[in-house]
Write a protein that binds this ligand. Structure first.
Ligand SMILES: C[S@@+](CC[C@H](N)C(=O)[O-])C[C@H]1O[C@@H](n2cnc3c(N)ncnc32)[C@H](O)[C@@H]1O
Length: 404
């Protein structure tokens, strides 16, 4: 049963699954035609390509639910390994005036996150990478304590100060680069650090400093790929040993998989993303034909809204970026249709990666948890809200028990 698994056991089993299946979840179907595992797994490949649009959308939304891929992939085992408890207490409904200047989704995340911050008597509270200190203001009012909010952008600190003053919230905004040496000075065994969606190296820094200082931590991690290291170095001894013994090496690109989730974007945004994907794949066909090299050629991304109006316009832009001359008589309609066909295939083949996305995210969170456990903390990992509110809904809560 998943609930009876210790973090070490869960990390161990996830390492085994991730390592065993890396040849399937690592290659990007967008870049490979055909995908490298197709020959070794012909029935899985065929089953994926046979999925209709309804099944595709259903599995994109929930890759573990009644998956027709279960005969070929360890769907049930992975579902069990990523099943984590919802941490208590439940979300609260904070007073309406407190939410001024906070967007709807962020506010709901704060309402879910805030009660999970269990402040022990006498602890001082810090928000890590606080932006304008939205969470800090609510924490200060909820707990009736002063909260120090660390943020490196002076302009955000200034705005945070104004908002706190206007609302009478006891928040001290402090300009601090948390990567700097002196950031350690904020943490002590009497400190509790809260961080909602602190990215990559920023939350790793928090965990390392907290482990050294003995500070309590309530953290919702995100953006694991935002890291200076091109290859992931597990943070915990356990994670390092398991990754080494199973041959699990994670690049920065692999870490991006942990945070890729088909979010519920508005329909028109989804449609323009699909079109961009299909056109890129149409250009991919064109460049392979023109160069006579059957290899993916990366094309820079375009900001939303900058996409040329036609497929031909896009290809001319992409060709110019890659220094390719286009001959007369390019068959635009044929290539565009090929792009759409491949787009439909790629979406289906991507379902394999979808299945391993949450396991990888949980693996990374467990590595963080184990780092603190190895430093003598008691720690727990669960979720703080539904994934519809934010897919980055994992919460790590840890404190070092008082000595004696
Ligand atoms: C993803 S935002 C999270 C903000 C806030 N916690 C929230 O949930 O709305 C990350 C914040 O970290 C800040 N930040 C980035 N690098 C930093 C650093 N080295 N030191 C301190 N803050 C940093 C950014 O300016 C930004 O406000």
């Amino acid at each position: 049963m998943p609930d009876s698994l210790s973090p070490d056991q869960r990390l161990h089993r996830l390492t085994e699954r991730l390592a065993e299946w890396q040849p399937l979840w690592r290659p990007l179907p967008f870049q490979h035609a055909p995908v490298p595992w197709a020959e070794a797994h012909p029935r899985l490949h065929a089953a994926l390509l046979a999925l209709d649009d309804a099944a595709l959308s259903r599995l994109q939304a929930d890759p573990f639910d009644a998956s027709p891929l279960a005969p070929w992939l360890p769907v049930e085992a992975l579902a069990e390994l990523v099943a984590l408890p919802r941490l208590s207490p439940d979300a609260v409904s904070l007073p309406e005036p407190w939410r001024q200047h906070v967007g709807g989704r962020k506010w709901q995340q704060i309402e879910a996150f805030l009660p999970k911050v269990r402040l022990a008597p006498g602890e001082t509270l810090i928000e890590w990478c606080a932006g304008k200190g939205h969470l800090a203001r609510s924490l200060a009012r909820w707990h009736g304590v002063e909260v120090t909010a660390l943020e490196w952008q002076p302009a955000l600190c200034e705005q945070g100060r104004e908002l706190a003053a206007r609302q009478g919230a006891a928040v001290r905004m402090a300009v601090q680069d948390v990567m700097d040496e002196d950031a350690a000075g904020w943490l002590s065994p009497r400190t509790h650090v809260a961080a909602l969606h602190a990215c990559g190296d920023l939350h790793v820094r928090l965990l390392e400093l907290a482990a050294a200082a003995g500070s309590a931590v309530t953290l919702a991690p995100c953006c694991y790929q935002r890291t200076a290291e091109p290859v992931y170095r597990p943070l915990s001894r356990q994670g390092r040993a398991l990754a080494a013994s199973h041959g699990l090496t994670l690049s920065r690109d692999d870490l991006s998989l942990a945070v890729q989730e088909t979010v519920t974007a508005p329909r028109h945004v989804q449609r323009s993303r699909e079109r961009a994907g299909a056109w890129r794949l149409g250009f991919d066909r064109l460049q392979r034909e023109l160069r006579g090299v059957d290899e993916y050629l990366p094309v820079p991304s375009l900001a939303y809204g900058r996409m040329p109006a036609t497929f031909e316009g896009f290809c001319r832009w992409a060709a110019a970026r890659k220094g390719m001359a286009l001959p007369p008589g390019v068959e635009w309609a044929r290539l565009e249709a090929a792009g759409w066909r491949r787009h439909a295939e790629v979406a289906r083949l991507e379902l394999v990666r979808h299945l391993f996305r949450r396991p990888l995210e949980v693996w990374l969170a467990l590595d963080r948890l184990c780092l603190l456990m190895e430093a003598g903390f008691s720690a727990e990992l669960g979720t703080f809200c539904d994934r519809e509110l934010t897919p980055r809904n994992l919460l790590l809560r840890a404190r070092r028990p008082a000595a004696g």
